[in-house]
Design a protein around this ligand. Structure first.
Ligand SMILES: NC(=O)c1ccc[n+]([C@@H]2O[C@H](COP(=O)([O-])OP(=O)(O)OC[C@H]3O[C@@H](n4cnc5c(N)ncnc54)[C@H](OP(=O)(O)O)[C@@H]3O)[C@@H](O)[C@H]2O)c1
Length: 304
């Protein structure tokens, strides 16, 4: 069996960086070559860079962690979001089909309306409420229509010790202000980028080992659930009185409708991971443990 090449796209993002840093030696041994591409090499706004990279490198496995993720900004430039998260993903899927490659892609809880009171399953109908969600739903649809070998991992509330995310933003704001208002009417599960990378690499490992892999849509998110307010409260509980943050701000509960965000966000973002667990045997991390571990590591590093 010839060893496949692995192409990872979007390596400067939270998940992309975790993918680049988390490649296990056992997987590397099963691969002919690994290519890590940031936007400077593959720009999804310019699909010729994508086509050229896929045609010349001829990967057997493509993991796409690149996306237009600025949820509010997408309301002002929906066409750009659609290009990056939709049309370019369609081209990627078509090229993967042409070349017989496996595509592992990430999508979002924001494809759902967010009005359920039980975890969303993969077969629930999509009904995005904002431009970002619509652009990601378009990417999902193009992948399905192309019929390439693909695994799409829907996730939400992603965080990592590197990159930009909610807990980092909270600490930054708390260093500037004494009082903060955070919404308590959106519920989800903060999911670590490292684990999301691990899930994609699990599929890459199976494919590289010639093992028949289950394909399709899978929800990949931490276990448990919380609100942004409680997530912020945990962040301040851990970070206050450390080199990251001198003291906790006064934290007020806020309602989404009063926040003047450009994009409407779903109130309910909890995803069922039963299908993923059944297909892979992987166990999602507990959100609170994962956030705590990341923050304690940040604090440890800041203390030198
Ligand atoms: N962040 C979340 O809370 C969240 C929630 C649900 C789903 N997801 C999904 O999870 C995946 C990974 O998200 P993430 O949190 O790792 O995102 P991220 O940290 O915002 O990183 C996005 C990556 O995409 C790249 N990118 C943006 N526009 C590009 C373009 N035109 N061409 C090529 N690359 C481009 C960025 O490059 P630059 O560094 O050059 O900008 C960066 O490497 C995405 O599919 C996202 O939709 C994320």
């Amino acid at each position: 069996m010839t060893r496949p090449r692995l192409l990872i796209i979007g390596t400067t993002g939270q998940v992309g960086m975790s993918l680049a840093q988390g490649l296990p030696a056992a997987l590397r041994e099963k691969l002919d070559e690994v290519r890590l591409c940031g936007r400077n090499e593959i720009d999804l706004q310019h699909v010729d860079t994508l086509t050229e990279a896929l045609r010349s490198f001829k990967p057997g496995i493509v993991i796409n962690a690149a996306a237009y993720t600025a949820v509010d900004k997408a309301e002002d430039e929906p066409a750009v979001a659609e290009q990056v998260n939709g049309h370019a993903v369609g081209v990627m899927a078509e090229l993967c089909r042409e070349q017989g490659a496996l595509l592992v892609h990430y999508s979002t809880d924001y494809v759902f309306e967010g009005n359920k009171n039980r975890p969303y399953v993969e077969t629930d109908p999509v009904k995005p409420q904002n431009a970002y969600g619509r652009s990601k739903a378009l990417g999902e649809r193009f992948i399905a229509e192309t019929g390439c070998d693909a695994v799409t991992l829907r996730t939400g509330w992603v965080f990592a010790r590197h990159g930009d995310n909610f807990y980092k933003k909270m600490i930054k704001l708390a260093n500037q202000r004494d009082t903060l208002g955070v919404v308590d009417d959106q519920t989800g599960a903060p999911t670590p980028a490292d684990w999301l990378a691990h899930v994609a690499l699990h599929w890459a490992g199976l494919r590289a080992g010639g093992v028949d892999t289950p394909l399709g849509m899978f929800h990949a998110a931490s276990s448990g659930q919380t609100t942004w307010y409680d997530y912020a409260a945990l962040t301040f509980e851990l970070a206050a009185g450390t080199p990251l943050l001198a003291r906790a701000p006064v934290l007020n509960r806020a309602k989404s409708a009063a926040m003047n965000f450009k994009a409407h966000r779903p109130a309910w973002s909890v995803l069922s991971t039963e299908k993923l667990q059944g297909a892979t045997g992987l166990t999602p991390p507990d959100w609170k443990t994962a956030v705590t571990d990341a923050l304690l590591a940040d604090i440890h590093e800041a203390r030198g």
